[in-house]
Write a protein that binds this ligand. Structure first.
Ligand SMILES: Cc1ncc(COP(=O)(O)O)c(C=O)c1O
Length: 284
């Protein structure tokens, strides 16, 4: 695997970052994950918009401009040929003597790698996955895609240990999102997803699902999802760049709806797959 590190393209085994990097010492950095289908990045400009927003929110000067990011991604993908892939991209505040306050004269560390994107397990289409609810113990700026992911990691691990695929996080009586995914529920045939605010990450897949619903006349509302809404939902879905649209068929051990992926999910999944195909063909 060839990775990108601070302007260089080099074998992963040769890439080295200082132990004084603030990403290592403090988790002081932000990241992006961009899915790539047929050599084309899905919603690249939206991913770069979010990266720039994350960088601005944590006050790291953008190390590259738009053209620079695009060029780097193109070259990195050329170095790592393949069909469906995803690019992981990370920017930390850089290397400095350990002190919480920002260092002077340090340039950000920029790292990117390409991973294979494995399509969702076909069995999931039949059975869906299990999710468990738990308190959202994260900070109050979940809109920033920060590499500091300890609370997300603990939530996901707790879900795995409970035999589930994902954790659905609860804050103030509302479901915010998954540990690494956004949340959709279907009630009375209407799709509902929590509005974008500081309690959740503004997912690129989430926005695409909202757009596809509008394009195809499927009713969708951006509104808070209470615990009662979640437990009464006919369908629950979780979305992310790598999970696509995952149907949740068991919540805290209780079947969701009839315990099988629902019809609204099947419809949306079809539109999502069509979108991916159009991207592969360069039509979107
Ligand atoms: C906390 C959280 N919410 C939502 C998402 C989904 O975002 P996207 O659709 O941009 O992958 C992610 C992705 O990793 C995430 O970590």
């Amino acid at each position: 695997m060839t990775v990108y590190l601070n302007g260089e393209y080099l074998p992963e085994s040769e890439a080295r970052v200082s132990v004084l990097d603030r990403g290592f010492l403090f988790g002081d950095g932000v990241y992006e994950v961009v899915p790539v289908y047929g050599g084309r990045c899905l919603r690249l400009e939206e991913h770069l918009d979010r990266l720039e927003r994350s960088l601005a929110a944590v006050r790291i000067e953008p190390p590259l401009d738009r053209a620079g990011w695009r060029d780097m991604l193109t070259r990195l993908l050329e170095h790592n040929p393949g069909e469906d892939r995803s690019v992981y991209l990370q920017v930390t505040r850089g290397v400095a003597r350990r002190d919480h306050a920002f260092p002077a004269d340090t340039s950000p560390t920029v790292f990117a790698m390409v991973n294979a994107l494995t399509p969702p397990d076909p069995a999931v289409r039949e059975t869906g996955v299990a999710a468990v609810t738990m308190p959202d113990t994260r900070w109050s700026r979940c809109d920033i895609k920060a590499i500091t992911l300890l609370a997300n990691i603990l939530a996901r691990q707790q879900a795995v240990e409970a035999g589930a695929t994902e954790a659905i996080l609860m804050r103030g009586g509302r479901a915010t999102e998954g540990a690494a995914s956004n949340l959709f529920v279907v009630g009375d045939g209407v799709i509902v997803t929590p509005p974008k605010d500081q309690s959740l990450l503004p997912g690129i897949t989430r926005d695409l699902v909202v757009e596809l619903a509008a394009d195809h006349g499927i009713p969708l509302m951006e509104a808070p999802v209470t615990e009662a809404d979640l437990r009464a939902a006919e369908e629950i879905w979780l979305t992310s760049s790598t999970k696509e649209i995952l149907p949740v068929t068991r919540l805290d051990g209780v079947p969701v709806g009839d315990g099988r992926p629902g019809p609204v999910w099947a419809r949306m999944m079809k539109h999502y797959q069509t979108y991916k195909q159009q991207l592969r063909e360069g039509r979107v």
